[in-house]
Design a protein around this ligand. Structure first.
Ligand code: PGA
Length: 256
């Protein structure tokens, strides 16, 4: 894991945006995994302002609520169109989001996995982290080998996401999410976290034991993970000074 700590959210976002820009320029037909929630908003704004060419790119989103109409303002479908897709030149047919209204959800999930494979696999997956350590919507105790499937949200995630829905009760309890096994097959993972409310989850993911109780900790087993943090999200890392020192002393050719 490469832990990149920057003084502000914007500075950490800029590193992540440069990494994605570099991929899109080197590989215009890249397959990029996308995330939703508050965390990637500044990343999407930066990417939009970079005027990148997405015309050959393909995207797969991590997750979606089940049963929420696609047009609902809090569906991840709406979120992605509003905050990224309508501002870039990506082709509609290259966009993939889980369908939370599929009539046969297990079949849909199997097809989603097959579409990722048919696209050549995910080159870079953007991830946020839940305060309970989830990645995608893989809640604590998710199988570390899981594939795209239905999950039930934890009470903590419903509380965390109540701000989008007005109340905890209004948060859908079921979701489709890429599995941890799916995420681990991405060639590169890019985890973002900002704010002191994420500090504990980040410390457990980076410095804690690998355990399904804290799903993000599995990323320690992935060969190419970058974690972009602001100072606040890095606040509980024991080795924060070491991570800063490493980043400041990278050879020039390794700079992002
Ligand atoms: P957030 O959610 O970006 O809204 O904090 C992150 C997540 O649940 O993965």
């Amino acid at each position: 894991m490469e832990i990149i700590i920057q003084p502000t959210q914007q500075a950490a976002t800029d590193v992540a945006a440069r990494l994605i820009a570099r991929l899109l320029i080197a590989k215009p037909h890249a397959v990029i995994g996308l995330a939703t929630g508050s965390t990637p908003l500044s990343l999407y704004q930066s990417l939009i302002s970079m005027n990148l060419d997405w015309s050959q790119a393909t995207t797969f989103n991590l997750d979606e609520y089940i049963g929420l109409p696609r047009e609902h303002p809090q569906s991840y479908h709406s979120f992605m169109w509003e905050n990224l897709f309508k501002h870039i030149n990506i082709r509609k047919e290259n966009i993939h989001l889980p369908d939370g209204n599929a009539t046969d959800i297990p079949q849909f999930c199997e097809d989603y996995e097959n579409h990722i494979l048919a696209a050549g696999g995910i080159d870079l997956q953007v991830l946020g982290i839940g305060t309970d350590g989830h990645i995608g919507f893989n809640e604590p105790t998710s199988s570390l080998a899981s594939r795209t499937r239905i999950k039930t949200l934890t009470k903590q995630t419903c509380i965390d996401n109540a701000r989008f829905f007005g109340s905890e009760e209004a948060v859908p309890k079921h979701v489709i999410t890429m599995g941890i096994g799916t995420i681990m097959e991405a060639r590169q993972n890019l985890l973002l976290a900002f704010g002191s409310h994420k500090a504990r989850a980040i410390a457990e993911a980076v410095e804690g034991p690998i355990t399904s109780i804290h799903p993000a900790s599995i990323l320690q087993m992935h060969p190419a993970v970058k974690v972009c943090l602001d100072d606040a999200a890095a606040g509980q890392l024991q080795r924060a000074d070491y991570f800063r020192w490493v980043y400041e002393n990278k050879p020039q050719w390794q700079m992002i």
